[in-house]
Design a protein around this ligand. Structure first.
Ligand code: AMP
Ligand code: MG
Length: 412
């Protein structure tokens, strides 16, 4: 028997971030950048006006007030996007719109509201300070400055920054192709005629959804019957991927074919009994150079094992540094008993209670009860040494989605 932490360490040690690919910045959303981005230009590229108003020389505005306005000659009109043609001399101003480049000679802007237009002149009702209402060249980004570093996650703000630097493509870590092989004679695919003796291979779909959710690309290999040729063919097809997941056939008392075949064609295959519930059996090794993890067949065990071991592995392949779901402390709403020596992952519903969190289990916890996952937004993690946890105790809850991040619409 090995611990959850030992199993995780064993798997993560063999996983490296994938190579880089060049993608459009919009497709880079959520991906991890593999290059440092230096600004090839200043933003803004030139001093420009922060207001609709008049560009002028601050010295010319001395003493201006509503009672005793100062009058300047308006020598040019500068809508946004125009290029100034004239230099502002003493006693002169240019009418200027937000974002238009500041004309030479001007060192301040007075906003429209503090002026009155009179024919070809403007009456200033206030004084201006030097630099007032000017956005300076390079005040956002200086040319040559490092703005995004390799390893960072591309969010909408980074997409906007890349666009303003004129970068339409960047290098990000590739998304892993993750092959999913279901094993078992009792399985049928989703649209095959149902019969009382067969069950739909729900793992093929829940695992594919999990792969996609954490940023991988699922490759559905389908269902391998418990027959040597079929298993071999499916494993062979899976070797195109960056990571292979199988489900079923790795527990004690199983029809041993899956394990035997993994031992025969795999490298360094290990068949672990992990001290966890659900999800005790786990196989790990590689086919060729492709890592393979044999997940347990029970639908809940497969999903919980994925959460603990595969999600971090896929995130590592994607270049992420933080590989784990958020864990919060919550007040337990019922008594729970367990055996000492295994880590329990109990499907649970966690909610906010004021500033704190409260959590209850989702009922029947059998490893075949997929409904316990459907109703869950978290997993209560009870440590190996725990035996009895009382109602009101604080427990750790691993969040399975962002339902705690979202708030109801205010006022409803
Ligand atoms: P196994 O580990 O192969 O003995 O499978 C354990 C249990 O999980 C069996 O009762 C199977 O019916 C169920 N199971 C195995 N594979 C799948 C699958 N792909 N989808 C849903 N249930 C499965
Ligand atoms: Mg089986």
């Amino acid at each position: 028997m090995i611990s959850v932490d030992e199993a995780l360490k064993g798997i993560l040690e063999t996983i490296s971030p994938l190579g880089l690919e060049k993608v459009n910045i919009l497709d880079a959303l959520g991906r991890v950048i593999g290059e440092d981005i230096y600004a090839g230009r200043s933003i803004p590229p030139k001093d420009n006006s922060a207001m609709d108003g008049y560009a002028l020389r601050a010295a010319d505005t001395r003493g201006a007030s509503p009672e005793r306005p100062v009058f300047l000659d308006v020598v040019e009109d500068l809508p946004a996007g125009s290029i100034p043609q004239k230099r502002i001399g003493p006693g002169q101003a240019a009418r200027i719109m937000t974002g238009a480049p500041l004309p030479e000679g001007a060192d301040a802007v007075i906003r429209m509201e503090d002026t009155r237009k009179e024919d070809n002149r403007v009456a200033l009702l206030v004084e201006a300070k030097k630099g007032q209402d000017i956005r300076h060249e390079g005040e956002d980004v200086r040319e040559g400055e490092e703005v995004i570093s390799r390893g960072e996650i591309i969010r909408p703000a980074e997409v906007g920054m890349l666009a303003s630097l004129g970068r339409s493509f960047i290098f990000v870590h590739q998304r892993p192709l993750v092959a999913i092989v279901a094993t078992g004679d009792e399985l049928v695919d989703i649209d095959e005629a149902p019969s009382p003796w067969k069950i739909v291979s729900s793992n093929s779909y829940s695992l594919a959804a999990l792969v996609r959710e954490c940023g991988g690309i699922p490759l559905q290999i389908g269902i391998a019957k418990d027959r040597r040729e079929d298993l071999l063919a499916k494993f062979r097809a899976a070797m195109r991927a960056d990571l292979i997941l199988s489900s079923g056939g790795v527990s004690f008392g199983d029809y041993d074919l899956v394990k035997d075949l993994m031992k025969e064609v795999g490298n360094r295959m290990q068949f672990w009994q992990v001290a966890m519930k659900p999800g005790r059996p786990l196989a790990f090794g590689s086919l060729g150079s492709v890592p393979i993890v044999g997940l347990p067949g029970n639908p809940v065990s497969a999903m919980v094992s994925f959460e603990q071991f595969i999600r971090p592995a896929i995130l590592k392949m994607l270049g992420h540094k933080n590989l784990f779901r958020r864990v919060v402390r919550a007040s337990l709403g019922e008594d729970i008993r367990k055996k000492k020596g295994t880590r329990h992952f109990i499907r649970a519903r966690i909610r906010r209670e004021g500033e704190d969190y409260a959590v209850v289990t989702t009922g029947e916890q059998g490893s075949g009860i997929l409904k316990s996952m459907v109703r869950a937004n978290g997993l209560i993690i009870l440590p190996e040494e725990a035996t009895e946890v009382r109602k009101g105790a604080m427990v750790s809850v691993q969040l399975l989605d962002d339902s705690l991040e979202r708030m109801p619409t205010p006022g409803f």
